[in-house]
Design a binder for this molecule. Structure first.
Ligand SMILES: Nc1ncnc2c1ncn2[C@@H]1O[C@H](COP(=O)(O)OP(=O)(O)OP(=O)(O)O)[C@@H](O)[C@H]1O
Length: 223
């Protein structure tokens, strides 16, 4: 029931980009949502549903990277492409919320990227792995931390196999990493909300209840 009535009520209030004008000081902006969980726990499935139900309300922050743009990638839409020298200067100046290195390239989420979204009148979503969560917690970003938990490691294995994206090695690597993420999530205070993604509809209702006040506050800011 809730699933069917919410979109009708809130769809009217969500800001359109052309209407969007940030009327609050950034300190009054809705909290960014940091979502984390083992690969295959269902983050993308849940977020896709949320973004579809509330179009123009959410946006992912754009990361900085030192890797070269791939064909079709757009500057400042897919990534902020920067040199290694500039990236390292940004680290030194404390401009990143979190950053990491993969295959010789650096990737990071800057404070500016989050602020740009807040100024556009959308709720910023950061989909990050466990180290990203730990790093962001060291900063002054006032975020909501949400963990998406699979019902069990066995379910997680089945889902990853069912998704058909993994080799035997990458599947095992993801399951090992999952164990670490689950242990961290069990520590008191690690997350504000833990969603057990057993039944997808129930998990989605829970996610929606976590962000619904923020969606309403966007509506008020743009009314
Ligand atoms: N509650 C659920 N019941 C059964 N299958 C599910 C459920 N939630 C998600 N799935 C399926 O599990 C698989 C993994 O989900 P998804 O790709 O959303 O995970 P993810 O956490 O975003 O992973 P990654 O971090 O690797 O992108 C998908 O095939 C999805 O359809």
């Amino acid at each position: 029931m809730i699933t069917h009535t919410f979109p009708r009520i809130l769809g009217r209030f969500c800001p359109q980009p052309w209407k969007g004008f940030w009327r609050h000081l950034s300190s009054m902006a809705p909290q960014p949502i940091v979502i984390s969980g083992p690969s295959g726990s269902g983050k993308s499935t849940l977020l896709t549903r949320l973004f579809q139900e509330f179009p123009n309300c959410f946006a992912f922050s754009v990361s900085h990277t030192t890797r070269k743009p791939r064909k079709g990638e757009q500057k400042e839409k897919d990534y902020f492409f920067v040199s290694m020298e500039d990236f390292e200067k940004m680290i030194k100046d404390g401009l990143f919320l979190e950053h990491a290195q993969f295959s010789g390239n650096r990737y990071g989420t800057s404070k500016m990227a989050v602020e740009l979204i807040q100024k556009s009148g959308r709720l910023c979503v950061l989909d990050v792995e466990i180290n990203g969560v730990k790093n962001i917690k060291q900063t002054d970003l006032n975020a909501k931390y949400v963990f998406v938990k699979p019902p069990s490691l066995e379910d997680l294995r089945k889902r990853l196999e069912g998704r058909g994206t993994e080799t035997k090695e990458s599947l095992q690597k993801r399951l090992d990493t999952a164990q670490e993420a689950l242990e961290y999530a069990e520590q008191p205070g690690s997350y504000d909300h833990i969603i057990v993604n057993d039944d997808i509809d129930a998990a989605y209702s829970q996610l929606k209840s976590i962000v619904i006040d923020d969606i309403k506050s966007l509506s008020n800011g743009n009314a």
